[in-house]
Design a protein around this ligand. Sequence first.
Ligand code: MG
Length: 399
Amino acid sequence: MSAPGPADVLADVIVVAAGASRRMDGIDKMLVPIAGRPMLAWTLEALAASPVVGRMVVVASAGNIAEISGAPWLPALVTRVVVGGDRRQGSVSAGVDALGQGQAAADAAERVILVHDGARPLVSATLIESVARAVELHGAAIPVMPVAETVKRVADELVAETVDRSDLVTAQTPQGVRAGLLARAYELYPPDGPETWTDEAALLEACRIPVHVVPGDPSNLKVTQPADLRRVEAMLPRSTMTRVGIGHDSHPFGPGEPLALGGIVIDGAPRLFGHSDGDVVLHALADALLGAAGLGDLGRLFPADSRTPRGIPSAELLAEVRDRVAAAGWRPASADLTIVAARPRLGGHLDSMRDAIAALLRLDPEAVNVKASSGNLDGSEGAGRGISALAVATVAVAS
Ligand code: MG
């Protein structure tokens, strides 16, 4: 298999997230938090990370469409969020309609459509690509798993027989089909007709369209009951559970004393000019945290005007940022800071800054690093006209 490149983007994905969650004790499983984020957010992120996925359409229930449409975690590849039907086939058909809009007619029939359960957040890039490639070759394909346990047929609460499982498999998603083949199937069996199909493959089988199988992935769990949520949480890849953000700020010296810097006060040093107390280190750190959590920047959160109290301690701004980051499902994990200042001399204050910042972020001091440079006589910092700070912060999924 060749490495996928830009030319290999070949599949549109319909994510079915309109189910009634009947086995979930009345909670809407699509939006239930797993490791601090809605399950659907994990599913969409996994799909968006696949290089073969182009556009995505999410099919939601009427009850959660507003929340999903406006969700900050919706990947840019999601072009539409539409309301689904009572049955799975109605939802998929609504997704097909949504994809059809804006599609060039010339290649429309050739497009690969993948249908994926919103309740399968652990789908891997390997499985997505494997199904998409099989659809390219064969027209329709699904991932399947062998049946590991002995299968019994039961009648009247008694075992009636043991079923030969040698040719039995269970079907996973994503299931894939070329758009033209699916359109043909819809002509034979309209989605609003009397027949009910439990998956897309069942419809294609009824139309005698060959459906090829590829090996499924045992990790590709479908969340159907509350206990599955904890299993999925334990299996989420660590790499997706950490984010990095960067922040930079600089302020000139203003009139007066003392200097607020790195969460401490340095008496006898000139203060920095600013709407707040001017603590460039905390401002850079706040921007890094907001960046890591995908929440914009400090300037948008606290505009330097009457909406933000003049002279507000930057520790209060950072505490608010910390709480917003937590509300988005993240917690600060580490921070590394470089301060550039020719004056005052900062060497003796760096440990106090580290401890103050660790306390503000509720971190171990070992997870915070503060260093300083004199600016080497370069730029306005090196000339002693101001101070700048650079911050890199990581956040981890809150648990
Ligand atoms: Mg600032």
